[in-house]
Design a protein around this ligand. Sequence first.
Ligand code: FAD
Length: 495
Amino acid sequence: ASGSEENDVVVIGGGPGGYVAAIKAAQLGLKTTCIEKRGTLGGTCLNVGCIPSKEIHPIPKQVDCTCLVVILGSPNPVWALLHSSHMYHEAKHSFASHGVKVGSVEVDVPAMMAQKDKAVVNLTKGIEGLLKKNKVNYVKGYGKFLSPSEISVDTIEGGNTVVKGKNIIIATGSDVKSLPGITIDEERIVSSTGALALKEIPKKLIVIGAGYIGLEMGSVWGRLGSEVTVVEFAPDIVPTMDGEIRKQFQRSLEKQKMKFMLKTKVVSVDTTGNGVKLTLEPAAGGDQTTLEADVVLVSAGRIPFTAGLQLDKIGVETDKAGRILVNQRFATNVPGVYAIGDVIPGPMLAHKAEEDGVACVEYIAGKEGHVDYDLVPGVCYTHPEVASVGRTEEQLKTLGVDYRVGKFPFLANSRAKAIDDAEGLVKILADKETDRILGVHIMSPNAGELIHEAVLALQYGASSEDIARTCHAHPTMSEALKEAAMATYDKAIHI
Ligand code: FAD
């Protein structure tokens, strides 16, 4: 049905934005085709992003008490690198203090990578199953515009087909941003994709860019034994984070032996020797220094991907950064052509792309859709994790909003103390007059799970008193949120 038969909706790109849009469109009764060039669904997120970098299945099949080799096979193992490296780190550094004795602890990098690859294959196949179940037609190939309603697809098998649609959704995502003068070879100079597939643990790893991805990947290899130095041009790591949380987060990473060179510019890269030699200079100018490593990870952001789409043929407008411009209904300037996800302005996150996808097809189907970019949570999946939603204290100051702050440290939370993992805090910012919650920032193990109570609170316009007066089970990490809420307008109990 991909050929001359007309679809109601054609989605170009099978990432979290595209495949979710395709499924939702089909569920709304629209005849839908999804085109993906990679040969597997799930996009950047599932193939070379969120999933392979993180944990999924926490239970090891077998723990040999004399010699724990991390990442053993399990019946349905879906592990990925952050979780895997965290387990190794725990076994090596924390088990003994919990009274669990193990002999030598080793890392088997090929086994770890094989588990990660298996996780990716399982999940991408799962999405293919979902498309089938929802009767979405799936075309594997590279799509390009012939007209606003016709897409020519060079198929993976080698042929060509034309897919027609009344509505076309561009969900082509993003790509790694390279830096001038630095060529990524995915061996010694790697992007996040290469960093997810290193064959051995680099003795020294330099990460260029202290954003979420750089810090997560730095954590993975740091836990496995690499000496990690993060070089960042800006004066701070993760500039979008609340300043107070960011400072504590940096200290925590430094305790894990991650080194930071902030306000530092990479001048040149030399790969003529065995390793890689970087020449660095203070951002404001000054004396040059050199730094050597076995592997350099370039993690300086991502750029929208529209190569080969032939957008110019139909006149779709983009901004200076190459992002496709859309209105609130995700419509481009060309009637019938929409865009969602990383390829349009907004947070470059998988869950934001998914929300875009659903809202976009709801509009196409004549319904209402809505995505509030101010309420998209952000999570850095290090250990501890850092999660946030809404405004930072710095933003409120800039906006001239009067606010109150409530904080609660996990050191005073019984669950965190019981598991001996009590680093971090909850910080709530609420309007001084109305008590309405404006921002919540959490640094703790599993902060990425805890944040959703706060997301819901912001979504429903709750006050900090609403959270404080909601009964929370004991003993849980979530109690820290309740206590921070109490501290916002009154006093916490347990501190
Ligand atoms: P993509 O996932 O990039 O998908 C676009 C798809 O379109 C691709 O599969 C591509 O092959 C296909 N395509 C492109 N052009 C064409 C064409 N012409 N024809 C056919 N197909 C085409 N986000 C989070 O929310 N949480 C995380 O923890 C997280 N971790 C990340 C870790 C890493 C290392 C990276 C790199 C990213 C991470 N992200 C994370 C970001 C997340 O991956 C993206 O925000 C998300 O994948 C964007 O979804 P998308 O559908 O817009 O685009």
